[in-house]
Design a protein. Structure first.
Length: 167
């Protein structure tokens, strides 16, 4: 039986100043740059939780509510919301800080599923998540609902591919 770990044990925060190479000619940061930072932060949380190689299985819909600009400090906070048998849902919150004014803006949030792999690169079991706070319990409940939805969408897609009359 693997030892339980809390979200606090693996929580990861990445912070990086946005530079000209991160942005378009108007000085607005590329969405792909932010996506990479989200994937990096979530990946570290997944590896910290499992101490295994982890791969991104999926990223849910990602909306950018506000732009980030050159010179902003981009922060991604990633934490485990839920563990399954071999997979984990990780929530990531992206904020920017205008360093001259101190104003912080919530840019985006994303939910990623990571799967832990063994030496044979097949999925392996992950430690269960220990829920310590009310927030942990809420996040876990919402993540379980999202997992159910994800699996039913995946099933529907597979059925569609086999029989186009079903979609
Ligand atoms: C992710 C991957 C390992 C899953 O392998 P698989 O053979 O489909 O594994 P399984 O069907 O046994 O599923 C394993 C777990 O992954 C979850 N899973 C698989 N595909 C998923 C998807 N698209 N979205 C969310 N979860 C997924 C399953 O629900 C299951 O979770 P559980 O064990 O906690 O119940 C495989 O699809 C893969 O290697 N994909 C490429 C990953 C990659 O290269 N990412 C980019 C670079 S990091």
């Amino acid at each position: 039986m693997k030892t339980e770990k809390s979200a606090q044990d693996s929580c990861m925060i990445i912070a990086r100043i946005m530079l000209p190479e991160d942005a378009n000619p108007a000085g607005i940061v590329h969405g792909g740059v932010i996506m990479k930072e989200i994937d990096n932060a979530a990946g570290v949380a997944a590896v910290r939780h499992t101490r295994k190689i982890c791969v991104t299985a999926s990223i849910d819909r990602l909306d950018f509510h506000k732009p980030a600009f050159i010179g902003n400090l981009l922060t991604v906070k990633a934490g485990i919301n839920m563990t399954g048998k071999t997979s984990m849902e990780i929530g990531a919150r992206v904020e920017t800080e205008d360093l001259l004014t101190g104003v912080k803006t919530h840019l985006a949030s994303a939910y990623l599923t990571f799967v832990a792999l063994g030496k044979d690169h097949r999925p392996v079991g992950v430690p269960p998540l220990k829920l310590l706070t009310k927030e942990d319990i809420r996040r876990n409940r919402e993540a379980l609902a999202r997992k159910k939805l994800r699996l039913s969408e995946k099933r529907k897609e597979s059925e569609c591919q086999l029989d186009t009359s079903k979609c």
